[in-house]
Design a protein around this ligand. Structure first.
Ligand SMILES: [Zn+2]
Length: 387
């Protein structure tokens, strides 16, 4: 019987990790300070108040006790500078275990029933996210971009999330940071970070049970081949301008009757929609003597009454496409959106004070996409779209 996942259980997962963090300072026997710093940082996020620890120190001074101690198990309440000094030298991968322990306990405790049975078993959305950008402040871990003669420094990461259609909560998995790599000649990028994540973590999932979702950037032959080599599946957005060979083949197949078309009428709770699917099997992902052959599916959703275009997108996938499975496929592939809505915007807007931004805007489509319009154009994001 899996243990009940309550706050104390979750906290103990964190404590087990932070109590083993290497203390980089020269003074030994001060490990508890490091654990306090990590728990203190967690507490600030958990209660969604940047001044939480300052309050607790005031309470300790005036009343001789504080809530950080009783709620979070802090031995001593650290100050913000103490937290930074202690945690800044810790490599982020040292904080990976709690992500996996939480996922495993949710899974083994049967809390994730609604997240299973989609395209194999699990849907994992990959998303590049920027969480720091400056023209002045920078460090050795920064990614740099020169745009119009100006240098921009940024921190970004790939945030893999377990998502499911109809579920408004996402399960965050260990992130992979985009940062300079030892021995690498080229600057690090989102795709290389995703490759590292996949190589390190694919084996955590039984073969064939994980489907990666991602935007057009991921729809790149070497990455798709790597996904398959690690016994995972993919459903990636596939845009015409970045996949000319594929769309040329689709055009030829269309003339030859090799592109199947299916139209269905669906009620969205407010109006009838017309879903028009086009799909083809075994088309080359790129012009190559040894192309990766993928299956391709496009959906165009219009309002039945007005003909207004509500949504259009297309994906490349290694999953078999059948007429009866098209709707489920499209619904699953579209679940990638949850990374913006249920992860980035929650962290940004619900008191966490963490301003995450997608690295690239979504293809601009009116209608269904419009509720995500705040992410299109990405104010403040200095990255060119090719990143
Ligand atoms: Zn930096």
């Amino acid at each position: 019987m899996a243990p009940t996942l309550n706050f104390d259980r979750l906290r103990s997962i964190l404590v087990a990790t932070v109590s083993q963090l290497p203390d980089r300072r020269t003074r030994p026997n001060r490990i508890y300070e490091l654990a306090d710093a990590a728990l203190g940082a967690f507490a600030v996020f958990f209660v969604q108040s940047p001044s939480f620890l300052a309050h607790q120190r005031d309470m300790q001074r005036s009343q001789g006790q504080n809530n950080a101690e009783s709620l979070f198990g802090l031995d001593q309440v650290p100050s913000d500078p103490q937290i930074r000094n202690l945690l800044d030298p810790i490599p982020p991968e040292q904080l990976a275990p709690p992500f996996w322990r939480v996922f495993e306990q949710l899974r083994d405790g049967d809390y994730l029933k609604a997240y299973q049975d989609h395209l194999g078993l699990w849907l994992c959305a990959l998303d590049g996210t920027q969480y720091f950008s400056s023209q002045q402040i920078h460090c050795a871990q920064c990614t740099t971009r020169v745009v119009n003669g100006r240098t921009y420094y940024a921190h970004s990461l790939v945030a893999p999330l377990i998502v499911a259609p109809g579920e408004n909560r996402v399960i965050a998995l260990e992130p992979e940071f985009v940062r300079p790599q030892d021995g690498a000649e080229k600057q690090d990028c989102e795709l290389r970070a995703a490759e590292r994540w996949l190589k390190r973590n694919a084996s955590r999932f039984p073969p064939g049970t994980l489907t990666l979702l991602g935007d057009d950037l991921y729809c790149h032959q070497p990455f798709c081949e790597l996904v398959n080599a690690h016994h995972c599946h993919f459903a990636f957005t596939c845009k015409p301008d970045s996949h000319p060979a594929l769309y040329q083949e689709v055009e030829l197949l269309t003339k030859a009757g090799g592109v199947h078309e299916v139209t269905e009428r669906r009620w969205n709770g407010q109006q009838h929609e017309v879903w028009r699917y086009r799909y083809a099997t075994r088309v080359p992902l790129r012009a190559d003597t040894q192309p990766l052959y993928v299956n391709w599916c496009e959906v165009t959703i219009t309002a039945e009454a007005t003909g207004e275009l509500l949504y259009r997108n297309a994906w490349a996938t290694d999953h078999a496409l059948t007429e009866s499975g098209l709707h489920d496929f499209v619904v699953a592939a579209r679940t990638r959106w949850k990374s913006e809505n249920e992860n980035n915007n929650v962290l940004k807007n619900y008191g966490y004070h963490l301003d995450l931004r997608q690295l690239r805007p979504w293809p601009a489509v009116p209608g269904h996409g419009a509720r995500h319009a705040q992410s299109v154009g990405v104010p403040g994001s200095h990255y060119p779209r090719s990143m």
